[in-house]
Write a new protein. Structure first.
Length: 302
C-alpha cells in the first residue's frame, strides 16, 4: 500500500523523500488536490503537523513531519533492497554527520540568502553577506572532501547524498550561478553526477542552473519580519517624540522599601483565609506607600 505524503508541488524537502523511496522501492503518493496555503491550514492538517508545514507523511502506524525524519523513515522501510544507511556503525554515524552538515551548514545559509532575495525577509546587506560567507565556508569544506570522494560515505549512494543533493538543488536552481559554483569544482562534479543518476533524475527531471542571482527586491514585503535595525530619522518632523508619561509616573516617589517589606506571593492569595487577609491589609496600611492616599483599590480584601 502506498504511503501518502501531503505536499503541493514537490519542493526540495519532498524530493528527499521521493528519491529515497525510489532507492528502496517504497511507493509514496502525493495527493493531487493539495493546495498550498489552503490544505495545510485545515484542522485535519494541523492535527498532523501543528506548524502547518509540508511535507507530512501518513503511514498506517502514524504521522511523521520534518522532511529529514520522513526520509529516514522511508529509507529504513526496506533495508533488504538497498541500505541507504551504510553497512557499519561508523558509516551510519558519518551518514548522520553529513545529514546534519547538509541541513545546518548548507541549507540554513542558503535559505537565509534565498529568503532575502525572494523578499520573504527584509533585505539587509550585512545579513546577506554573512549568509553567503557561511555558505561558501561550508561549500569549501565540502569541496575539499569531495576532491577525493565520489560519495559522502562509502562507495555508494546513501541518505546523506540524497539530502545533500536536494539541499544543493535549491542553490543551483535559484541562487548559485556558474560563476559562484566554479569556485567549488568538486561540488559541481558531485552535484551533476548525482542528479543524473536514474533514481534522482526520475524525480528531479531536467534541471538548469540559474544564470542570475535574483535581484534585490525593491519593495519591502509586508509579511516579512520587522527589522532589528533602528529607524533612520530622515527629517526633523520624524524626530522621536518623548514617550507620554504613565499616570503612575506622576505619583511622588514611594517611601516603601521593598527590601524591608514582606514579599507576598499574590498568586497564592486565598480570599477565604481571614488571617491572611488581615496580614495583607495590615502590610498595605503599615507602609502607606502613597502618603495617606488609598492605594488604588489594592485593599482588595476590605
Ligand atoms: N524543516 C521542515 C521545513 C518545512 C517547511 O518549511 N515547509 C515549507 C514549504 S518548503 C512550508 O510548509 N511552509 C508553509 C509555512 O511556513 O506556513 C522540513 O524539513 O520538513
Amino acid at each position: 500500500m502506498a504511503l501518502v505524503m501531503h505536499v503541493g508541488k514537490p519542493n526540495k524537502n519532498a524530493l528527499k523523500v521521493l528519491i529515497a523511496a525510489e532507492y528502496v522501492g517504497v511507493e509514496v503518493k502525493c495527493p493531487e488536490n493539495f493546495e498550498m496555503g489552503v490544505s495545510n491550514k485545515t484542522s485535519e492538517f494541523l492535527k498532523m503537523n501543528p506548524l502547518g508545514k509540508v511535507p507530512v507523511l501518513e503511514t498506517p502506524d502514524g504521522v511523521i513531519f520534518e522532511s529529514n525524519a520522513i526520509a529516514r523513515y522511508v529509507a529504513r522501510l526496506k533495508t533488504d533492497t538497498c541500505s541507504l544507511f551504510g553497512s557499519s556503525p561508523i558509516e551510519y554515524g558519518q551518514i548522520e554527520q553529513w545529514i546534519d552538515f547538509a541541513s545546518l551548514e548548507i541549507d540554513l545559509n542558503l535559505l537565509a540568502w534565498l529568503r532575502l532575495r525572494f523578499g520573504l525577509d527584509n533585505y539587509v546587506a550585512a545579513v546577506e553577506e554573512a549568509s553567503i560567507a557561511a555558505l561558501k565556508r561550508a561549500l569549501s569544506a565540502l569541496n575539499i572532501y569531495l576532491a577525493s570522494h565520489n560519495f559522502l560515505v562509502g562507495d555508494d549512494v546513501t541518505l546523506a547524498d540524497i539530502i545533500m543533493i536536494c539541499n544543493l538543488y535549491s542553490g543551483f536552481r535559484f541562487m548559485m550561478t556558474k560563476t559562484f559554483t566554479s569556485e567549488f569544482p568538486h561540488v559541481e562534479r558531485y552535484f551533476w553526477t548525482m542528479v543524473n543518476q536514474p533514481n534522482f533524475s526520475k524525480i528531479i527531471g531536467d534541471l538548469k542552473q540559474t544564470e542570475v542571482v535574483p535581484p534585490i527586491p525593491s519593495k519591502t514585503n509586508p509579511y516579512a519580519k520587522p527589522k532589528d535595525e533602528p529607524k533612520l530619522v530622515e527629517n526633523e518632523d520624524e524626530t522621536p517624540k518623548p514617550k507620554a508619561k504613565n499616570r503612575l509616573d506622576l505619583l511622588p516617589p514611594s517611601k516603601m522599601n521593598l527590601d524591608d517589606m514582606e514579599h507576598y506571593a499574590w498568586t497564592k492569595v486565598d480570599l477565604s483565609d481571614e488571617i491572611q487577609k488581615e496580614r495583607v491589609n495590615q502590610m498595605i496600611e503599615d507602609h502607606e506607600p502613597f502618603e495617606g492616599k488609598a492605594l488604588l483599590d489594592a485593599k482588595c480584601f476590605k
